[in-house]
Design a protein around this ligand. Structure first.
Ligand SMILES: Nc1ncnc2c1ncn2[C@@H]1O[C@H](COP(=O)(O)OP(=O)(O)O)[C@@H](O)[C@H]1O
Ligand SMILES: [Mg+2]
Length: 216
């Protein structure tokens, strides 16, 4: 399965707008937690729409995985089913017999810390638990490339840190490490990244390590 993402000299403009994405080039070719930080309006969500192929570059090229899964800021915008278990089954792409399906759902809910939540109505979950369920949906869909667009923006500090630590664990799992491209405007999250890209006015810096990160 292809997990590499390669952007080469990508430009993009929304109709009647100045360039939103300017000469953007970067590669992700290993699992890990890659964070892009930048002020509101600098083009982060537009970049994600390009990677998801919702929009196409004005010039330049994007080569990437076909199975990108996006976790949005507000989990209520993506969870469709009434219970955690049925949401999991909705996102399974393989065909399993009933017993294996149940096992797979159990396993994935355990992975995100929602042990025993199969029958729980989604409406009884906290914001952090809903975000865990959205991450579980990505895992059960077998996507190993997840885009997260300010996934902690609506969470309290405790859930914010729980979600970051969960994602960090999933990206370093010995068995099946995933790749997460995470956008944020919250500086305190950057310490948990493997690599950081800084976006300013549609231009993305080279990847830097958290220890070398300077924001100005
Ligand atoms: N669907 C759209 N149509 C027109 N302009 C848009 C659209 N989405 C975003 N933009 C513009 O693109 C710029 C970057 O927005 P966005 O990518 O959402 O930034 P960020 O996610 O960093 O806050 C903004 O000027 C915004 O107004
Ligand atoms: Mg945005």
């Amino acid at each position: 399965m292809k997990t590499n993402l390669i952007l080469k000299n990508v430009d993009f403009s929304w109709p009647n707008e100045e360039k939103t994405i300017t000469n953007c080039s970067f590669e992700i070719n290993e699992p890990g937690l890659f964070m892009i930080v930048g002020r509101n309006g600098c083009g982060k969500s537009t970049l994600f729409k390009l990677i998801q192929r919702i929009i196409n570059p004005t010039s330049g090229s994007i080569d990437g995985p076909d199975d990108v899964f996006t976790v949005f800021q507000n989990p209520d915008h993506q969870i469709l089913m009434p219970t955690c278990g049925s949401e999991m089954i909705l996102n399974i792409r393989e065909t399993f017999d009933k017993k294996r399906m149940q096992q797979r759902v159990d396993d994935v809910l355990n992975l995100v810390g929602l042990n025993g939540f199969i029958l729980r109505p989604v409406q009884t979950l906290s914001g952090g638990q809903k975000q865990r369920l959205a991450i579980a949906s990505a895992l059960i869909s077998n996507s190993n490339f997840i885009l997260m667009d300010e996934p902690t923006a609506l969470l309290d500090e405790i859930s914010q840190m729980e979600i970051i630590k969960l994602v960090q664990t999933l990206t370093t799992s010995a068995k099946r490490p995933i790749t997460v491209l995470w956008i944020t405007h919250r500086m305190e999250e950057l310490n948990y990244a493997h690599k950081i890209g800084i976006m300013e006015k549609g231009y993305l810096s080279e990847w830097v390590s958290p220890s070398n990160f300077k924001y100005h």
